[in-house]
Design a binder for this molecule. Structure first.
Ligand code: Z5A
Length: 209
């Protein structure tokens, strides 16, 4: 366990849009709760009133362009509020935290997607987060076309979702690349039916609960 003075664990769920993150966060939380642990579910961008206001800015369209660096700084401003006011206090109380996206999304979207150097993100991440990172990260992976077919049926797209397929392909590849670099990542084939995806997630978490 990474957080030696804490009992709770920090689990994040990642992937491109439409892979089923929202559909699986509560499933994960239920597994944790059924094993007798207290759990909270949260998300990024967001998770506190200030961070949710920042989310509103990030997803809205303005007459001026939002610079990639502005996205990065806004994300970390919200993240700091979220970590210090919600995530760390919950972990310190022994609760588990399940978060829909976290720092890996920044490496994928602002790094691979927007083209900000990974070293720059590392620098800001180190400054804002120190050594704090998830204990376990589930990356839901599916081809971009398949994931987009799911979301386009259901809603209007926000500013980031309006990017081209090639943008999301870079993001998908960055997630897969990161997954090779640490044992905290588990890649799940999200092109399978939801029941199969959830059964895989259950197997991953079985030994951890
Ligand atoms: N962003 C960023 O740029 N940098 C960062 O550091 C962070 C975020 C943290 C908001 O994220 C945006 O912020 C996001 C990245 C950026 N922008 N984009 N684009 P978000 O997490 O709030 O929003 P999202 O990624 O767009 O979530 P989503 O579109 O809701 O996707 P999802 O949660 O992965 O999918 P879902 O809602 O659970 O499922 C989509 C549909 O598919 C739904 O109808 C389900 O019933 C269906 N579904 C789910 N799983 C399956 C399976 N297995 N089979 C069939 N159908 C399924």
């Amino acid at each position: 366990m990474i957080h030696s003075t804490q009992k709770g664990k920090f689990i994040t769920i990642e992937g491109i849009e439409g892979v089923g993150k929202s559909s699986n966060v509560n499933f994960i939380a239920n597994l944790i709760q059924n094993a007798g642990n207290e759990v909270i579910v949260t998300r990024e961008p967001g998770g506190t009133p200030i961070a949710e206001a920042i989310r509103g800015i990030l997803l809205s369209e303005f007459e001026e362009t939002t610079l990639a660096e502005t996205e990065l700084l806004l994300l970390y401003a919200g993240r700091l509020q979220h970590v210090e006011h919600v995530i760390k206090p919950a972990l310190n109380q022994g609760k588990w935290v399940v978060c829909d996206r976290f720092t890996d999304a920044t490496y994928a979207y602002q790094g691979a997607g927007r083209g900000i150097a990974i070293e720059k993100i590392d620098e800001i991440n180190r400054w804002a987060m120190g050594n704090f990172h998830p204990d376990l990260t589930i990356i839901l992976d599916a081809p971009v076309e398949a994931a987009f077919e799911r979301i386009q049926k259901n809603r209007n797209l926000d500013r980031i979702e309006k990017e081209k397929m090639s943008f999301f392909e870079k993001i998908r590849q960055q997630y897969l690349q990161m997954a090779k670099q640490s044992e905290r990542y588990y890649v799940v084939d999200a092109s399978n039916p939801l029941a199969a995806v959830q059964s895989t997630i259950q197997n991953i978490l079985k030994d951890k609960l």
